[in-house]
Design a binder for this molecule. Sequence first.
Ligand code: SF4
Length: 341
Amino acid sequence: MEKIGITTTVPIEVLMAADYQPVDLNNVLVTDPNPGRLVNIAERAGFPLNCCSWIKGIYGVCLDYGIDNILGVIGGDCSNTIMLMEVLKLKGRNTLTFAYPDQSDPQQMQYALLKLAATLGTTLEAAGRVREELQPVRDLALRLDKLTWKQNIVSGWENHLWLVSTSDFNQDFHKYYRELQDSLEVCSRRQAYPAGQIRLAYLGVPSVYARELYPYLERCGARVVFNEVQRQFALPVPGASLAEQYSHYTYPYSIHDRLKDIKTELRRRQVDGVIHYVQAFCYRGIGDIVFRDAIDLPMLTLEGNDDFSLNNHVRTRIEAFLDMLLRSRQRLNYSKQALGK
Ligand code: SF4
């Protein structure tokens, strides 16, 4: 299968039906031993310093890893992608675009999928067959999610890693399935994490310093039991068709629609506090205002730029936040005891 780079989660079933192997360029960036050098490639080419590092890193990946075909999402994701695709075209890459409808609507999604299938020379019937093949893999990823918050035997980092990888299944869904099965087998033999642990939700785009963030939170006595966007990548509501499946995917649509899913999961997972990660220079950071208004839980907003490791400033803010959550819980327990509850 010929490789095709993707800038975010797209209907990979259509790409695979057209004999393309999707490669999530974000995942290539963060798993590179030196992601900073990929960002530098873009800056040397003229990308502004105040442009998001994900966009610059994706550009660096395309050039450095020799990705010739790229599908960029220009509707429902990031307006920077529009210009990124123009520059990649200038550099001789074969660029295609996909736009999510401006609202969650299966009919409009069906048109968007038909257009994509026609561009790639395949059909939605063929994509539907790929969807059926992928469903057990998605189900297994969602089982891992349940084992994270319900059985409490999966770490926040493992949850992040497996769910974020569902955008391209690490470029081999058979291998992904086998490896996830093995990982779940290991998890099933573990003792559950302590009941008194602070339970966190992580909202927002995956962080540039995820690799250090999750283990650090656990060293501080907390664990992420809800990775919002990463879970959405696994498409938790399959629906009756490909069009319905991608209409239920909340990330491309209004933040108010996302909030319905978020608030349900915060309650269900008994979350104590929320981390909202925002990427420097990203328009989604403004959504922090909406989250803070709508979510009735303590919230810590963290920002990252091109720092792929946790700096001391971020560590201190995390520690202070967790300390505050712990003290609030102790006060609550004390009040309950005093009231004889
Ligand atoms: S983090 Fe924001 S600015 Fe960066 S690629 Fe994602 S949506 Fe675009």
